[in-house]
Design a protein around this ligand. Structure first.
Ligand SMILES: C[S@@+](CC[C@H](N)C(=O)[O-])C[C@H]1O[C@@H](n2cnc3c(N)ncnc32)[C@H](O)[C@@H]1O
Length: 245
């Protein structure tokens, strides 16, 4: 089984196959539409992946700057979003280097107004856990940096939206590891983000497909558990953290 970074770097098409089955009931998609009016907005999306979330809002917006560290994911996103390429700018970018993208969102007519919406999905969490694993384990410092970099790209009155995991193949929403729990607590306590917990269950065509695709991404234990339970629905929870700048 490849690890997650190997998947992002070399198996983007299979990753996209998996996420096509996620949020089968459309709850997250509905929440993303409800939280802000996307019409005629300028958007920055970090960790765009294969453009799954982008595909929800792209028809409404004026433009989007789409960022990811993986070329393979960006290639897939470009392919998936091909009718809208005239509105989209893709850039390879590490989340830890977001500041370098600031000049890209300066409005050409009005100086440094910034974009209207910043969104990221299941990407900052990776950067937080990488920081935890590094010597010194600076989760809080990395969280500060990510929030400040994202906010710096947004105009006053704009919106920050962070989507992160609250567990896959579990019955109740909860941060799956302590490092993410610390990240989520800091977003709420230090920065005033509001959390909404949303069911984003996967529904597959068969139990075997559920086991294979979830096993590919989440590991063999999950595949075995899915086979044992024998359901093509895999429970999942996603947190949506939002804040006006
Ligand atoms: C779980 S995927 C989510 C992709 C997409 N947002 C979606 O909804 O399917 C995580 C994405 O974040 C990217 N990513 C992970 N760590 C990153 C980092 N440090 N800097 C930039 N992108 C990163 C990966 O390449 C991958 O495309």
């Amino acid at each position: 089984m490849p690890d997650m970074y190997e998947i992002y770097d070399h198996h983007a098409a299979r990753y996209h196959e998996l996420v096509q089955h996620e949020d089968a009931d459309g709850e997250l998609r509905k929440a993303v539409y409800e939280i802000v009016n996307w019409r005629n907005t300028r958007v920055v999306e970090a960790g765009v992946g294969t453009g799954r979330v982008t595909g929800w809002y792209v028809k409404y917006i004026t433009s989007a700057l789409l960022l990811d560290r993986s070329e393979d994911m960006i290639d897939q996103a470009r392919n998936n979003l091909s009718p809208f390429l005239h509105r989209l700018t893709f850039r390879i970018c590490e989340n830890a280097d977001l500041d370098r993208m600031k000049k890209q969102v300066m409005h050409p007519d009005v100086g440094n107004l910034g974009a209207d919406i910043f969104i990221e999905g299941w990407s900052f969490g990776h950067t937080i856990l990488d920081a935890e694993a590094a010597p010194g384990g600076g989760i809080e410092e990395r969280c500060d940096q990510l929030v400040h970099s994202a906010a710096a790209m947004i105009r006053n009155g704009g919106t920050l939206i962070f989507l992160e995991t609250l567990g896959t193949n579990v019955e109740t929403p909860e941060a799956p590891v302590p490092g993410l729990a610390r990240f989520y607590t800091q977003l709420e306590a230090a920065y005033g983000f509001t959390r909404r917990e949303i069911p984003t269950d996967y529904v597959f065509d068969s139990v075997e497909q559920a086991a294979e695709l979830c096993g590919f991404f989440f590991g063999d234990d999950m595949a075995a558990d899915i086979r044992a339970r024998g359901s093509e629905r895999v429970r999942e929870w996603t947190g949506m953290w939002t804040r006006r700048v």
